[in-house]
Design a protein around this ligand. Structure first.
Ligand code: NAD
Ligand code: ZN
Length: 360
């Protein structure tokens, strides 16, 4: 038995207003005046002085707005890397991602591809990255995915949706400033928050569970209940706690694995472009047989927050399209193994998955 030797984020700051420390934090990381910091910022903050005016641009630093309407693609990473290389003579001092899981994943992938040859799609998989990434900083503005702490960057490529999982992926520095999440719209708050909740359920009820994952998973689960069920927190408390729930949820799956909802949600995302948070909710809503207690509480939270999930998103699909989703889902073997056990193939048949997708 060989245990995972897991890399972690080297440095982290937590606190309301801690975003103001960014300039001081990165100052010593500037290689020279020609080696810029590249800021990848969610374009939802265009014209938002609270965020953009506080970005400490200097010398040749560049701010690039990126859209989070679609999830990151390998081609998008390649385009950003090419643009950065063509615009600047020197290799950047660092990449700083400011946004949700979409922008954080892009920042991690761009930092990796600035020092590794070829295209981003060549690195989708496990431990394929050869050279350390350039210095990269993650600043989440919405809580739940755990991308700020994870060892992966999830990308949709030409033939698969799969992360770049590597020791070089985690951020060198994370700034957790819950104030940055103030403007998140309610539905999105719920969907991305439920990503964290589902990480907990899938980790805590999986066969890969161990004391390391459990300790983080239980804490995140407890925080999710305080935020989404109890409802007696101030807005500030809820923002602070959800940011920490996301972190702990990410730490929990780091040393175990996610499960059925994630595997099937990847299928939806690959075929229909359904985004991760909402896709997980649509799938999880149909998974009573796998996660009875988790789904029951999920439905309660959905009702409490008056969330209407889209229905019938698979209603008009043909057999070929179902097959594509099923292929994507079944390829994620570790997720099924965690959820069901070593003999998962005896119960998780193509017909089974089709019948579940048909309900969504
Ligand atoms: P997101 O980054 O896609 O953002 C969702 C929406 O919220 C966007 O419209 C965005 O503009 C908006 N938004 C973000 N912050 C805001 C703010 N402060 N105010 C107003 N609007 C704001 O959402 P997400 O759920 O955080 O990320 C989903 C992505 O994360 C997916 O691509 C998924 O694959 C990835 N993911 C990665 C990991 C990992 O470990 N790397 C884990 C889970 C999910
Ligand atoms: Zn997730």
């Amino acid at each position: 038995m060989s245990y995972k030797n897991y890399p972690m984020v080297s440095r982290v700051v937590f606190g309301r207003g801690s975003f103001n420390q960014l300039g001081d934090i990165i100052e010593s990381k500037r290689l020279n005046v020609k080696a810029p910091f590249i800021y990848l910022v969610d374009d939802v903050f265009k014209g938002n002085a609270l965020v953009t005016m506080r970005i400490p641009l200097a010398y040749d630093d560049e701010l690039i707005f990126v859209s989070a309407v679609e999830e990151p693609k390998t081609s998008q990473v390649d385009e950003l890397v090419e643009r950065i290389i063509l615009t600047h003579n020197d290799r950047p001092s660092g990449v700083i991602g400011i946004g949700g899981g979409t922008v954080l994943d892009l920042a991690k992938a761009v930092a990796i591809m600035l020092t590794n040859e070829g295209e981003a799609k060549d690195y989708q998989g496990w431990d394929l990255v050869k050279s350390p990434a350039i210095y990269h900083v993650g600043i989440p503005t919405i809580s739940g995915t755990g991308s700020e702490v994870s060892r992966t960057t999830v990308l949709t490529g030409p033939d698969k949706k799969l992360g770049i999982n590597s020791d070089h992926t985690p951020f060198d520095q994370v700034i957790l400033d819950p104030e940055l999440t103030v403007g998140v719209p309610k539905q999105q708050w719920f969907y991305t928050g439920m990503d964290c909740y589902i990480h907990c359920i899938e980790s805590l009820s999986g066969t890969f569970l161990n004391a390391f994952s459990q300790s983080y998973g239980e804490k995140a689960f407890e925080l999710c209940k305080e935020i989404f069920v109890a409802g007696n927190l101030t807005d500030e408390e809820a923002q602070d706690k959800l940011m920490m729930a996301s972190w702990h949820g990410g730490m929990s799956i780091a040393y175990s694995q996610v499960g059925v909802a994630h595997a099937m949600s990847y299928g939806l995302s690959y075929l229909l472009g359904t985004k991760h948070g909402i896709g997980n909710c649509i799938v999880f809503n149909q998974l009573e047989e796998f996660y009875p207690d988790g789904v029951k509480l999920f439905k309660q939270m959905k009702k409490l927050h008056a969330i209407q999930l889209p229905e019938g998103i698979c209603a008009d699909l043909d057999d070929e399209q179902f097959d594509i989703m099923i292929d994507v889902a079944l390829e994620l073997e570790p997720l099924w193994q965690n959820a069901i056990g070593k003999n998962w193939k005896s119960t998780i048949t193509r017909e089974k998955l089709k019948s579940l997708y048909q309900k969504m």
